[in-house]
Write a protein that binds this ligand. Structure first.
Ligand code: ADA
Length: 565
């Protein structure tokens, strides 16, 4: 399943999750596969899943063919929906090319098409190689392991004559509980008069017959929900909306809440929030990016137990199942488009730009209804200090703002002293590693003070919220040392305690903190990276890759909880 709940009750949705036929084609390119119907399969592979976590293919980069069968009983309009495939794929049905998709971590679908009754072979050619020609946003120097495969669920949707293409629920005004529902529809024939109904929490709110003069279009309805409970981190009330158009339906959950940035504060429904949390990669050694929902739940339970209320989804669009849990549990989430230290040269390339725009559009389309998402991000640690990057930052941020004008936008900068782009962000976010990549523990306080003095002075950011979006220390799990040497669990404790104390007890300039990072994650296998990544892992987690707490977990929990009292 792509979500944690059913998005359709009337529309027939068949989950294609399970075990598919599999053949690792190694260094072939998709275009070399002339006739996909002649491929043979010598293995089976789980979907969703990452093929390169399976021992037989561990560490392999290449092309893989996946195959499953679909039976269509009644001829009708259908489409396939893919939760995410990393990082490039080609979809073929009975040997016919249906579409290619570039870059991972976002949902995409095939064009609606009439399928006559019969059996169909669905084949996906999946490429996990690092190849900017196929996926410009996945590059080999990034500091995480790029697993590959059909990483999220796959579904077959039967659409009928007219169907709902997307649904956006927006809080117009939390005080009066006014919301807008923007419904985009599509059809394969002129249907004329069609019944439209909207129910919220089982109560009818809209019942009408609409005349659809175009084959595709948008219907917007606004209404108040008097007395409806608001969504907030302390009371994450969700509402269920069910929209029916003709014979089709779409179910979504939403929260009534408005995010606002006022001066140095981030507010939800008028209440200032202090964001305390972690950066989290969607990763587990046994499942790669295809984290089971139960593990996601464990992560959020642990984060709650640590006193956290904030997650930065580093560094790519988040799994909707994770966001569903965040909605329910009241986490505030930063969701960002895929990127890592991208250079002016990359930002200039048309392929990179168009991939970024597509991924941002898919990210917003897929997740805009999650109340837990309180800001969008992009271009982690990009070259925002290079004047040549400014046009790309402007272009991407404007694009993102058009896609969703309701949420603030930020990007994690590691060039706060000479950034050329901070003025474009609603929230200033800075990644820095005092006491780890530079300086000692005693340098942390002056470095943080110096940063604030700069941003609030000549940096010209005095009237914006500040988030320390990454800070941390590596601790090899179980490595204990009375001298508190680097890489020991003790050193990580000291560093994080010093940071939290300085940011929120000694000073109160920061609106939020995202510790780098929640759990240890497999690092990229590039030699230069490996030399600073003991065990082949980025060890800055407060829990290890199997979610076993390090000493830092309890230390951070004590510090976060002390702030709440
Ligand atoms: C960077 C980056 C993270 C991670 C971190 C580290 O700031 O944004 O993805 O690589 O450093 O561990 O060094």
């Amino acid at each position: 399943m792509i979500r944690n709940f059913r998005e359709h009750i009337r529309r027939q949705v068949i989950s294609l999750d399970g075990t598919w036929d599999f053949n690792y084609l190694d260094n072939m390119m998709a275009n070399d596969v002339r006739d996909v119907t002649r491929l043979t399969y010598d293995d089976r592979m789980m979907v969703p899943g990452c093929f390169d976590v399976v021992p037989r293919y561990a560490g392999q980069r290449g092309l893989a063919a996946y195959r499953t069968q679909i039976n269509v009983r009644e001829g009708d309009t259908y489409r396939l929906v893919f939760g995410a495939v990393n990082h490039w794929c080609r979809v073929l049905l009975n040997g016919m090319l249906i579409r290619d998709h570039r870059n991972g971590f976002t949902r995409f679908q095939t064009r609606a098409a009439t399928l006559p009754p019969g059996d169909y072979d669905l084949v996906l050619l999946v490429d996990n190689r690092i190849n900017p020609k196929q996926a410009a946003l996945h590059l080999d120097y990034y500091d995480w392991y790029h697993y590959g495969g059909i990483i999220r669920g796959v579904e077959l949707h039967r659409l009928g004559q007219i169907w709902i293409d997307s649904l956006r629920v927006i809080t117009d005004d939390y005080e009066s509980r006014r919301i807008s529902v923007d419904l985009r529809y599509d059809s394969n024939t002129r249907v004329g008069m069609v019944p439209l109904s909207i129910q919220v929490d089982g109560e009818p709110v809209v019942e009408e017959t609409v005349e659809l003069t175009n084959l595709a279009g948008s219907l917007v309805r606004s209404f108040e929900l008097p007395g409806a409970a608001l969504w907030s981190p302390d009371a994450p009330n969700l509402h269920r909306i069910e929209v029916r158009l003709g014979n089709d339906d779409q179910i979504e959950r939403f929260g009534i809440r408005q995010v606002e940035v006022r001066g140095r504060e981030i507010l939800i429904n008028g209440e200032a929030q202090r964001l305390l949390g972690v950066n989290r990669h969607e990763m587990h050694p046994d499942t790669g990016f295809s984290t089971p929902t139960a593990v996601m739940r464990t992560d959020l339970d642990l984060l709650k137990a640590m006193g956290g209320n904030f997650v930065r989804g580093s560094h790519y669009p988040q799994d909707p199942r994770f966001l569903d849990l965040c909605d329910e549990m009241g986490f505030m989430v930063w969701v960002e488009a895929t990127g890592w230290q991208n250079t002016p040269d990359q930002l200039k390339k048309e392929q990179f730009r168009s991939d970024m725009r597509t991924v941002m559009a898919e990210m917003v389309e897929d997740s805009a209804n999650h109340p837990s998402i309180i800001m969008w991000g992009l271009l982690n640690e990009g070259t925002d200090n290079d004047p040549k990057s400014v046009p790309a930052y402007k272009n991407f941020i404007n694009h993102l703002r058009k896609l969703d004008p309701t949420r603030p936008i930020t990007f994690a900068s590691n060039h706060p002293y000479d950034s050329e782009c901070l003025n474009l962000a609603d929230i200033v976010s800075v990644n820095l590693y005092p006491g780890w990549y530079g300086g000692e523990l005693d340098d942390i306080a002056p470095i943080l003070d110096g940063l604030v003095a700069h941003l609030d002075g000549e940096g010209g950011q005095a009237d914006k919220p500040l988030i320390i979006s990454e800070i941390g220390a590596g601790a090899v799990p179980g490595w204990r040392d009375r001298n508190q040497a680097r890489w020991s669990e003790e050193y990580q404790v000291k560093l994080l305690q010093t940071v939290i104390d300085h940011l929120f007890v000694q000073r109160d300039r920061a609106a939020g903190l995202a510790i780098w990072q929640y759990c240890d994650v497999r690092a990229s296998d590039k030699v230069e990276r490996m030399l600073t990544r003991p065990r082949g892992f980025n060890n800055k987690g407060v829990v290890d890759e199997y979610r076993r707490p390090k000493l830092a977990f309890d230390a951070v929990a004590a510090a976060f909880k002390a702030l709440a009292t």
